[in-house]
Design a binder for this molecule. Structure first.
Ligand code: PLP
Length: 355
């Protein structure tokens, strides 16, 4: 299966000689989630709800960022750049480093020190990127990237690069292709607010071209400790264990509000406890291992169910943005503590398992 730029080539205007840098990203599964649907119906009293998980953790570097990075890095090559640069809470840097390596570019990465999950950092290191951890948060890292980008010596591959969103819109295309129609509701985590913006671009494009008849309500969820859009103000010191959405000044703030308003959706927040509960529920009941930030979409859906914000017979898609293996520390911290170290002895093991 080809990557997203080849599969959806007719939705782009690049020519035959465009240098596509791809790891065959996209084509991720849309997994039915009956246990989540049952929980939604139980909490809301509504009937006929269908829930699907768009599991973006199965992209080549383990997050949806690959969809945008294939296009941004291909453009960087087409424009003759030798260096790409990004600020990152982790997944953007992993994707940039991978596609940068494949393209033969030098990848420069600025990270909020001590706030990047282990899996993401290890990826950037092995892909060979040059990495600076700053004593500061993501928003400050992005400010530095903007400064260095202004020198003209490096190509910025954060989502302020418009090609990123144009690549990420293919997530919406795939959802519609799999369902045969747009869903009624999309639930999605919101950090820098690029992905909610990109999905809305994709859903609108399919409806405008009459590939689908309707457009979904866009429901975005920030973490409570970094809920700038919900609170209508920048958060100077964003805090949440969902590090991928630990962003206090979202770059696509206005575009995300437009997606919300044009679609009749909402942007709300979920607490870290709600995020962890959804993270555990998905793993233990659906067998789906996403990272904590990704679970904000399902946490949002469960919150909306309690607030009577879901409708009878709705088809709902929750985007799970990244793979759980990215963040082994959280899995061990919040996973089932029923574990033991025992001698190699059948009787003792049987006793521990209560067999
Ligand atoms: C980047 C990222 C987000 C946030 O996406 P935005 O486009 O910044 O809103 C959410 N979850 C994961 C796993 C991510 O990597």
């Amino acid at each position: 299966m080809a990557g997203i730029l080849e599969r959806y080539r007719k939705f782009y205007d690049f020519g035959d000689d465009f240098p596509i840098i791809s790891l065959e990203e996209g084509n991720t599964p849309l997994i039915p989630a009956k246990k989540v649907a049952d929980a939604v119906m139980q909490k809301s009293g509504k009937k006929g709800i269908r829930v699907f998980l768009k599991f973006e953790g199965l992209n080549p570097t383990g997050s949806f960022k690959d969809r945008g990075m294939t296009y941004a890095v291909s453009q960087a090559v087409a424009q003759g750049h030798t260096h790409i640069i990004c600020a990152s809470t982790g997944n953007t840097s992993a994707a940039a480093a991978a596609y940068g390596a494949r393209a033969g570019l030098k990848t420069l990465i600025i990270l909020p020190g001590g706030k990047v999950a282990l899996g993401k950092l290890s990826q950037a290191i092995l892909y060979g990127a040059s990495i600076v951890e700053i004593d500061g948060n993501f928003d400050q890292a992005l400010d530095i990237v903007r400064d260095l980008g202004a020198t003209g010596k490096v190509c910025i591959v954060n989502s302020i690069n418009p090609y990123r969103l144009q690549g990420q819109k293919t997530g919406a295309f795939e959802v519609c292709d799999a369902l045969g129609e747009a869903p009624d509701d999309l639930y999605i985590p919101v950090g820098n607010a690029g992905n909610i913006t990109a999905y809305w671009i994709g859903f609108k494009e399919y409806a405008d071209k009459d590939i689908t008849r309707k457009r979904p309500r866009m429901n975005g969820y920030e973490a409570e400790g970094s809920a700038a859009i919900v609170l209508k103000r920048k958060i100077e010191k964003p805090e949440t264990l969902a590090t991928a959405i630990r962003i206090g000044n979202p770059a696509s703030w206005q575009a995300a509000e437009a997606a919300r308003d044009e679609s009749g959706g909402r942007i709300d927040s979920v607490t870290d406890d709600e995020i962890v509960a959804a993270y555990q529920f998905l793993a233990a009941n659906e067998g789906v291992f996403c990272e904590p930030s990704s679970a904000a979409s399902v946490a949002g859906l469960l919150k909306a169910s309690e607030l009577d914000q879901v409708k009878d017979n709705a088809t709902i898609v929750c985007v799970l943005t990244g793979n759980g293996l990215k963040d082994p520390d959280s899995a061990i911290k919040f996973g089932n503590p029923e574990r033991a170290q025992l001698p190699a002895d059948s009787a003792q093991v049987a006793e521990f398992f209560k067999l």
